[in-house]
Design a protein around this ligand. Sequence first.
Ligand code: HEC
Ligand code: HEC
Length: 150
Amino acid sequence: MNMPTKMAALAAAAAVLYGCAHFSGVSSLRGVDVAAVDKAPAEQKVYVGKRPGVGQLIARTFDGQPPLVPHAVDNFDEITVTDNQCLECHSPETAKAKNAPVVADTHLVADKHTINDARYQCNTCHVPQVDAPPLIANSFVGTPSQPVKR
Ligand code: HEC
Ligand code: HEC
């Protein structure tokens, strides 16, 4: 298939899908037509947390939950191969001096010092908080509150 034919085929398939969703009453979780402009607001800049060190830990709502980041992460959330600023405060070497919680043992390889590569990209699991209403209502309550570790 050459390029224009491929695009025409894709457009036709999209039109069919759109037609099905439209006429069978199927709707997305967003509650609006799938083709409508995204209702999500622009990225929020105001994190609930302030700079690290002045906040409280956020209670965990289920066992095994990656704790939520209670502080702002602007300026240090770009994790690259050579630079991970999270570790400047949270690694076993630095945490004590920075008065920050140390990463869990699960994040380290057997020597108990080196970060397991599978845990290097901290913000895959640990997310900062924004003071915004949820986009979609939900009734999640979590298991009885888990102890905050510090
Ligand atoms: C300048 C030091 C510093 C940096 C950099 C930093 N943190 Fe923190 N972090 C803290 C401190 C201190 C706390 C304790 C809460 C507070 O006082 O803000 C904390 C708390 C946390 C917690 C809560 C732990 C728990 O048990 O509830 C998580 C998760 C966390 N940080 C993740 C991150 C991630 C991910 C990054 C990188 C994007 C990062 N932090 C960068 C100092 C830092
Ligand atoms: C694959 C998901 C994942 C990644 C990636 C990850 N964490 Fe975690 N983190 C967790 C979970 C889950 C916990 C709760 C304890 C546990 O089950 O290991 C945790 C716990 C923590 C804690 C609290 C310590 C404790 O004893 O509970 C800190 C601080 C933390 N992580 C920081 C980091 C930092 C810094 C990075 C990046 C270097 C990172 N984490 C990467 C999932 C992750």
